[in-house]
Write a protein that binds this ligand. Structure first.
Ligand code: 13P
Length: 265
């Protein structure tokens, strides 16, 4: 059943949503280029505190990248984690291990996990709870496919993903949660959602949050946009009222395309 969002007109809360720019490296780069890129981002960000920046290297480089960035304003996160705390789960990585190597963040429910590896809404919800229990800040991803958009089921799909992804998450834990709207048709395709499309969906998601929690949580929770974000379109996307940052794939892999994103203003 479609979740009924709550209207947010005139909510009137101080939102304090600091922009977050996140670079999801996916299964790219190797040790040397990963460390070089992380160092370049650290230099460029310096002591600036008008936005937050987080990098998401492949698991095997997390430790080294986190060491390199320790004490800087650039944070590190993983691209996934296990829903279980420990045990016989060959090939999996526990949230507590990510904390152990210096991660603050974890991306959960990315569309590539959902569509290429069959992760369902319930598993994403279990991972969210495991990540919170270990002390990580989850970025919970939602997004519709092109067929779903064309069938006008975007709202139904993303509200179901969001409700399941946050199942059992207490109100106070929402301070650590970030939502990312990544339309599947815009990921790695060079097609970006227009600012109007992103604005509509972000406002809708905020309404879903208000229904799940309350209007204050909805007004305070950051919602990132992801899908072919580039230096030439970030400004228009970030100008949208409900867009609080970007989750960047391809353009986060090179200093030439990622560093300009930090200067989107
Ligand atoms: P692209 O920026 O390459 O489209 O990837 C977006 C994404 O999936 C970030 O998580």
């Amino acid at each position: 059943m479609e979740f009924q969002p709550v209207g947010l007109t005139g909510a009137g809360f101080t939102t304090g949503r600091k922009p977050l720019l996140a670079g999801n490296w996916k299964m790219n780069l190797e040790r040397k280029s990963a460390l070089g890129l992380a160092a370049a981002v650290r230099e460029r960000l310096g002591e600036r505190d008008d936005c937050e920046v987080a990098l998401f290297p492949p698991y095997v480089y997390l430790d080294e990248v986190a060491r390199l960035l320790a004490g800087s304003r650039v944070k590190v996160g993983a691209q996934n984690c296990c829903d279980e705390a420990s045990g016989a789960f060959t090939g999996e990585i526990a949230a507590s291990m990510l904390v152990d190597v210096g991660c603050d963040w974890v991306i959960l429910g990315h569309s590539e996990r959902r569509h290429l590896y069959g992760e369902g809404d319930a598993l994403v919800g279990a991972k969210t709870k495991a990540a919170l229990a270990a002390g990580l800040a989850p970025i919970v991803c939602v997004g519709e496919t092109l067929a779903q958009r064309e069938a006008k089921s975007t709202e139904q799909v993303i509200s179901a993903q969001l409700v399941a992804g946050l199942a059992g998450v207490e109100r106070r834990s929402m301070e650590r949660i970030v939502i990312a709207y990544e339309p599947v048709w815009a990921i790695g395709t060079g097609k970006t959602a227009s600012p109007e499309q992103a604005g509509e969906v972000h406002a809708y998601l905020r309404g879903v949050l208000a229904g799940l929690y309350d209007r204050e949580v909805a007004a305070r929770t950051r919602i990132l946009y992801g899908g072919s974000v580039k230096p030439d379109n970030i400004q228009a996307l970030m100008a949208v009222k409900d867009v609080d940052g970007c989750l960047v794939g391809g353009a986060s892999l090179k200093a030439e395309t990622f560093l300009p994103l930090l200067e989107y203003r």
